[in-house]
Design a protein around this ligand. Sequence first.
Ligand code: KG4
Ligand code: ZN
Length: 359
Amino acid sequence: MKGSIILAIESSCDETAVAIMQGMGETSAPRLLASVISSQIPLHREYGGVIPELASRNHSLALPPLVREALHRAEIDITDVDAFAATTGPGLVAALIVGNTTAKALALALNKPFIAINHLEGHLLSPFITDEQGLCPHLGLIVSGGHTLFIDVEGLGQYGLLGRSVDDAAGEAFDKIEKMLELPYPGGPEMDLRAQRGNAKAYALPRPMIHANHGDVSFSGLKTAVLYLLPEILQGKSPHEIPEAIICDLCASAQQAIIDVLIHKLKRALTLSGRRTLALSGGVSCNSALRQQLVEACQLMGIELLLPDYSMTTDNAAMIAYSALLHHEAGHSNPLSTPVDPNYPLFATVSQRVQQKSL
Ligand code: KG4
Ligand code: ZN
């Protein structure tokens, strides 16, 4: 049975993305009719990070042709869309406004509902997009540039926080260490590639809070340890002047410290929550060593592991469309007056929705 068609826009940071998804009934995975992304990474690379003003200006330029391209690829007319969705937060406020205003304008013009989606919920549910069974109770780990969250998921909108990073997110740790090593932005993919050629035991780096009796993680101490270690390694030279093998060893050692902390805390969260399914999401979830070590750890523990398709790990609109589709099917929508929220908390989003529904 074919269901509703959702057009979703993602513009929270440096990717402008549009996706169109159609529900296929309860027993089949939804069909992704189109997913287009215009990445601004090369533009921001020059500055070593995302420049908010540049991001929003480029979202404005990229969005109209991307919407047309998505409709063309999906082979549908804009009037076929049943609801329009946009990432409402968290993210860069001026960047979010571009995507939200576009989705709201389309909803208003076509008299269709608007659905405000939390970017983190998009990541959290992304491993289920291609799953025939659909969303099930599980433990979710979001590892992105801005967040590291261990979340107990009972169902749509029923999320319990089991742990988070108290300082830098996992992706941020990759990006900051990459900056020290003068590698191109963003750091994760660059370090991943070099780590594959390095020795993870070459440098003894700290695993902060790994044995602390709580679910939180911390990565800022790791970054500081690399900062203090670097002068000893570089001996007054730049990272480009020392043998590549040393940089690879450093990347592998830092990466392994991050993975060890994540896997240790995951085991703890699985035991506490009693969940037998683990779903990994966010930009860092495409890290090759993390994926491989999680597959091994889950096999040993008898845990079902869901990994998002590589195309759904970093920011994309397919994950926003999927989350919007589930909310649309549950009868949720948001008023056009809904403001963007750069700090939109996942857990407050949920209680607002529940309140809205019961009004
Ligand atoms: O989810 P995402 O696209 O954006 C946020 O919502 O933050 O995640 C981006 C983060 C960046 O920090 C980037 O360095 C990291 O994901 N990342 C990786 C890899 N690819 C991207 N980290 C580790 N290994 C990778 N292969
Ligand atoms: Zn993201």
